[in-house]
Design a protein around this ligand. Structure first.
Ligand code: NIG
Ligand code: FE
Length: 404
């Protein structure tokens, strides 16, 4: 630890989106080391406040660092051929049934070493960082053996050490049925519950456990067994559910206190009620909807009406969402699903944090972490309005300036 006084930084005339709302008047924002020290309306600003502060400039939009709460950034190989096949009319499910899709990424990921996976994932994560991300969730799910799942999680942890970003890891062993367990899906779930979850937990490699509850993946009953194993090891849970059909996985996940249910295009009223009761976050993934050219809209109006918080994430992955630009997701969430720009931004800040079990984070307020972005745009809504790389002007991660 160094003994130097923490750096105080001052921004003036900021148009602040605080993680839930756009503040009604221009603000001065002061950070002290790794924390936000104060937020003062400009009309109350007094030059005394500026004393001892680094002047960080004036004007522009300030948001919390973006929280991308659902990604699959660690993988080997490419699925460009699958993209072309889907354009010719073969569905995502059909490709999966033929052994392609997720399983083709599994083959390439198993073949890659930990170091190779790290170098493949690094530029993907750098792209997210350059678009304002300060917290990112990274899932496993392309290993599907104990060793390969742990390898992916170790890569995710190493990415968090190598780059200025907080990485939250999720074990997604129940992502697809690996070929060795063909016609033995309960046997594979035994492996997930009896070996993968305990190993990931004891090595401290997973912050949560996820499942893919779908006809082409695992049943509600199988996913419930995985959740029971997670609970037994003290790990929070979340689910890919109701993406391609309505199986009721969300309601079951909510009964187990899921942090989030993700995708949820086919979610019904009972699922919404269960989420509301459990306080689960609805993670909206417009990138997958767009890429798979889906037509079933997630029930945004009903979620809003029920007061279920909605997060927005990239779902960055090689198949259903090869899109590595968080602010594009703000745009797609508005244009495809009619979220308001404010809702989309809250979805990638405060509610994204809640979906990761970091309730209260993804905010700008006194005492909050100094994970902040300053953008070269006129209003917070403009971040969702235009799709334009390079608008990030400054990025602070744990109080350190990483982009200026
Ligand atoms: O979130 N839905 C399942 N899993 C991923 C897709 C992974 C892939 O296609 O490689 C998703 O969309
Ligand atoms: Fe996903």
């Amino acid at each position: 630890m160094s003994n130097t006084t923490p750096t105080r930084r001052l921004w003036r005339e900021m148009n602040v989106f605080d993680g839930l709302h756009t503040l009604p008047e221009p603000m001065a924002v002061i950070t002290d080391g790794a924390r936000v020290a104060s937020l003062v309306p400009m009309r109350e600003f007094d030059e005394e406040i500026a004393e001892g502060c680094h002047d960080m400039g004036r004007g522009g939009v300030m948001t919390p660092g973006l929280v991308d709460c659902h990604t699959h950034l660690v993988f080997g190989g490419s699925r460009a051929d699958e993209f072309e096949a889907r354009l010719e009319g073969i569905s995502y499910e059909e490709i999966a049934r033929r052994g392609g899709g997720i399983l083709s990424t599994v083959t390439a990921t198993r073949e890659a070493s930990e170091d190779e996976l790290l170098e493949l994932a690094r530029p993907r994560l750098e792209a997210l960082i350059a678009d304002g991300v300060t917290t990112v969730e990274i899932k496993s799910g392309y290993g599907l053996t104990v060793g390969d799942e742990l390898k992916m999680l170790r890569v995710a942890r190493r990415l968090g050490e190598a780059l200025p970003v907080r990485v939250v890891t999720t074990l997604l062993g129940a992502h697809a049925l690996p070929p060795e367990f063909k016609d033995e899906s309960d046997g594979y779930i035994d492996l997930v519950c009896q070996e993968m979850v305990p190993a990931a937990a004891s090595e401290g490699l997973a912050d949560a456990v996820d499942v893919f509850c779908e006809k082409i993946a695992f049943s509600v009953a199988q996913c419930e067994r995985v959740f029971e194993a997670a609970e037994a090891h003290g790990l929070p849970i979340k689910a890919h559910a109701e993406q391609l059909s309505n199986l009721g996985g969300t309601a079951m996940a909510a009964r187990h206190g899921a942090l989030s249910a993700d995708h949820i295009e086919y979610l019904d009223e009972a699922g919404i009620a269960a989420m509301r009761k459990a306080g689960s976050v609805a993670v909206i993934l417009p990138g997958a909807f767009h890429t798979l050219r889906e037509t079933q809209q997630p029930p945004i109006a009903a979620l809003r009406e029920a007061g279920v918080p909605m997060a927005v994430a990239t779902d960055a992955n090689p198949g259903s969402s090869p899109l590595f630009m968080p602010t594009l997701m703000l745009n797609l969430a508005c244009t495809l699903f009619r979220l308001t720009p404010q809702e989309a931004l809250a979805g990638m800040t405060a509610h994204g944090a809640t979906a990761l079990g970091l309730k209260g984070e993804g905010r700008i307020r006194e005492g909050a972490a100094a994970d902040l972005c300053v953008w070269n745009v006129d209003t917070p809504a403009a971040l969702a309005y235009a799709v334009q790389p390079g608008r990030l002007h400054q990025r602070l991660f744990q109080g350190e300036l990483t982009h200026a």
